[in-house]
Each structure stands twice: as structure tokens, then as C-alpha cells.
Design a protein around this ligand. Structure first.
Ligand SMILES: Cc1cc2nc3c(=O)[nH]c(=O)nc-3n(C[C@H](O)[C@H](O)[C@H](O)COP(=O)(O)OP(=O)(O)OC[C@H]3O[C@@H](n4cnc5c(N)ncnc54)[C@H](O)[C@@H]3O)c2cc1C
Length: 344
């Protein structure tokens, strides 16, 4: 274990704001010494690929990061990967071997496998949690190794047990399971339309991966060019009355599909209990923010859900822009936006 004092964090997150950590610890092979090190007795934060964390100030505790990991093994038809592996490298590995129908829809999401499990990262109708069989982790509160089943991980829209209890678990390894037959997941009309435009009728997994990668980078800022954390806000979930009110007032609003309040519920759901996930990007765009900048923070011109670093953006610049957008959307639509990105 090597500990660095006053460590710069700017290059460790994709938003690229300047900040330092009081201490920085990179964990290589041996992770158990962390449990007895005393570092867990004061503030600490686990950092993956830093693609969903934005430092708005210096961090006064210890930032803990797993060393990059490229270890993938197959055991009893399950694929086991270290949490420090880049998610995109895992997707590429699966596509190369024809594993994991659907996982190709997660192509080009920055960050690590561990971070994707915490956030239940998702794209194009697929979420990371769907592939998780179990997770091996250190329970940093109980100071011991634990194994958590998929059910115990409590995956839901952009959240999980790990997000509900930040700092409790350090994810070390993830066991993945896959469907045996490959079938492309085409829940998103944009994908089906693009395939049709390219004249592809039954896409291979590799074709899906290439297509998704190219669609994503056409509309998102590339981390090496402009700092961002991807979608900055969550798509807000509203009740039926709010949805109907907005739909009447804004006929151009994208249609939202109803979801029951609890997906596991066995009771008959009344209409009034249904909730609707709105497009945060549409709300921000309709409020007139797409392409605008405030200080050195901006709203990405090709995707209003993405806030980005126009160059030298500070945490305070970003917070000022995010709060201005939240206030304006609340004022215009009576809908509260909440950040998806983790603001430190
Ligand atoms: C250009 C761009 C596009 C994006 N597109 C998408 C998208 O389509 N869909 C989507 O869902 N997200 C997207 N994101 C957001 C982000 O990439 C994902 O949420 C990603 O999965 C985060 O992984 P990370 O390793 O960077 O985690 P970090 O940002 O480093 O951390 C996220 C959380 O996970 C915790 N964590 C990380 N590793 C571990 C670990 N080993 N053990 C315990 N806790 C850990 C951290 O403490 C933190 O709470 C995008 C981001 C960018 C910059």
C-alpha cells in the first residue's frame, strides 16, 4: 500500500476540475491491509474511473482507488472480473467471445466495472445489474470480506445497495452471468432506425457494439477533449397527474411510459399509483439551456443532459450552472431535477 499526501485529483476524474486529496491510496493486489491501516477511521472516498464523480472542492480525507485491472476469468460458466477493469474493455472481451447478449449496449460508457455496478450504469435499454450474478467486496464497516447475491445488490434505476450505503463496500470482483442465446436489444427506436438506415437487418453483437459506440460519440463530449460526467441529472420520475398536466401543456414532450411504484408488487396497480419517467434532457432543452454557458461550465450543444467543462471549469462554476438549471426547470415545469453525478 502506498499512500500519497496532498494528491492531485484532476486527472483522476473525467470532469477535470482541479482538486487535491489530503491522502491518496492506490490498492494493488493486497487489499486486506487496508482494513487494519487506520485509514478507515476518518473520512475516505472510493474512486473508480472518476467518470461520475465531480470534485467541487479539495477532499479532506483519503481517496482510495483500485489499481487498473485486466484480469478476466471464466469459472463454472460465469465470467469473473476485477472491479478495476474498464467497463468498455469488459464489453469488448464479451463481444469477442460472443458472450452476454445485450452487454454490447453498454459500449463506450467510461469508467470501471466496480463503478458501473455501484451506479447500475445503463444505456439503450440495458443496465449493468442485469448481468451481475454476485459481487465480492470488502465490507469496510464490518472489516471483512463479503459476497453479495444479485438480489442483495438491490439494483434499480441508476442505483444499488452500494450507492445507498456509500463507503460501506469496496467492490473487488464481479461475477457475471449471461443469456445463452444472442439477441440484439433494440428497445430504443434510434438504434432500430440507424440499423435500417445502414441496411442491417439482423445485426451481430459486434455490429451493435460498433453502432452504439459511433452513435454515442457523435452526441457526447469525448473525455479527452471536454470534461464531463455524462448525464448530469437523472430523468425525473413524476406522478400521473404531473405527467398528464405537462403532456397537455407541451404536446411536443416525448411520450413517457408508466412504471409501477414497486416493480416487485404483486398487487393490482391503480392508474393513480403509476409513475412516469420524463426526459430530463428535453426539460433542460425546452427551458432554453442547450448550448448555453455560465462561467466556465456549459450545457453540451448536442445533448442538453450533459454539463461540461468549457476549459478551466471549477467546482463552483459547475454548481452555479447546475443550480440555475434546476431552479429554471422547477419554475417552468414544477419538476425537480436531481443530479445523477456524485458531487463531492
Ligand atoms: C462521456 C460520458 C458518458 C457516460 N455515459 C453513461 C451512460 O450512458 N450510462 C450511465 O449509466 N452512465 C454514464 N456515464 C457515467 C459513468 O461513466 C458511469 O456511471 C460509470 O459506471 C461510473 O464508473 P466509474 O468507475 O467512473 O465510477 P466513479 O465515478 O469513480 O464512482 C462512481 C461511484 O461508484 C463508487 N465506486 C467506484 N468504484 C468502486 C468500487 N470498486 N467499490 C465500491 N465503490 C466504488 C464511487 O465511490 C462512487 O460512489 C457517462 C460518463 C461520461 C463521462
Amino acid at each position: 500500500m502506498t499512500i500519497h499526501e496532498h494528491y492531485p485529483l484532476q486527472r483522476l476524474t473525467t470532469f477535470d476540475t482541479a482538486a487535491t486529496a489530503r491522502r491518496y491510496l492506490r490498492l494493488d493486489r493486497e487489499v486486506e491491509p487496508l482494513l487494519a491501516s487506520g485509514l478507515l477511521d476518518s473520512d475516505y472516498l472510493i474512486l473508480g474511473g472518476g467518470s461520475n464523480i465531480v470534485f467541487t472542492r479539495d477532499y479532506p480525507g483519503t481517496v482510495i482507488q483500485l489499481a487498473p485491472n485486466s484480469k478476466i476469468k471464466i469459472q463454472n460458466s460465469k465470467l469473473i472480473t476485477g472491479a478495476g477493469l474498464q467497463l468498455d474493455a469488459l464489453v469488448d472481451h464479451c463481444v469477442d467471445r460472443g458472450l452476454g447478449g445485450g452487454i454490447e449496449n453498454l459500449s463506450a460508457i467510461p469508467g470501471t466495472v466496480g463503478g458501473a455496478v455501484v451506479q447500475n450504469a445503463g444505456a439503450y435499454g440495458v443496465e449493468t445489474g442485469e448481468f451481475v450474478d454476485r459481487v465480492d467486496a470488502l465490507d469496510l464497516h464490518e472489516r471483512r470480506r463479503v459476497t453479495l447475491s444479485r438480489q442483495e445488490c438491490r439494483f434499480a434505476y441508476r442505483t444499488s445497495l452500494f450507492k445507498e450505503q456509500p463507503g460501506r463496500y469496496l467492490i473487488l470482483e464481479v461475477h457475471l452471468r449471461f443469456a445463452t442465446e444472442y439477441a440484439p436489444v433494440l428497445k430504443y427506436k434510434a438504434l432500430a432506425d440507424e440499423l435500417q438506415r445502414r441496411g442491417i437487418t439482423s445485426p451481430t453483437q459486434r455490429q451493435m457494439r460498433d453502432l452504439i459506440t459511433s452513435i454515442r460519440w457523435a452526441k457526447l463530449p469525448r473525455p479527452e477533449e471536454h470534461g464531463s460526467a455524462g448525464s448530469f441529472f437523472k430523468n425525473p420520475v413524476v406522478d400521473r397527474d404531473t405527467y398528464l398536466r405537462l403532456r397537455d401543456a407541451y404536446p411536443d414532450m416525448p411520450e413517457a411510459h408508466p412504471t409501477p411504484p414497486d416493480n416487485n408488487s404483486t398487487f393490482k396497480i391503480q392508474n393513480s399509483e403509476l409513475s412516469y419517467k420524463l426526459s430530463a434532457g428535453w426539460l433542460i432543452d425546452r427551458a432554453g439551456w442547450k448550448g448555453r454557458t455560465l462561467g466556465r461550465a456549459g450545457v453540451w450543444p448536442r445533448q442538453a443532459l450533459v454539463l461540461y467543462n468549457t476549459g478551466g471549469c471549477t467546482g463552483q462554476d459547475l454548481l452555479a450552472l447546475a443550480q440555475a438549471i434546476q431552479a429554471d426547470v422547477l419554475n417552468k415545469f414544477h419538476v425537480q431535477l436531481t443530479p445523477e453525478a456524485i458531487l463531492i
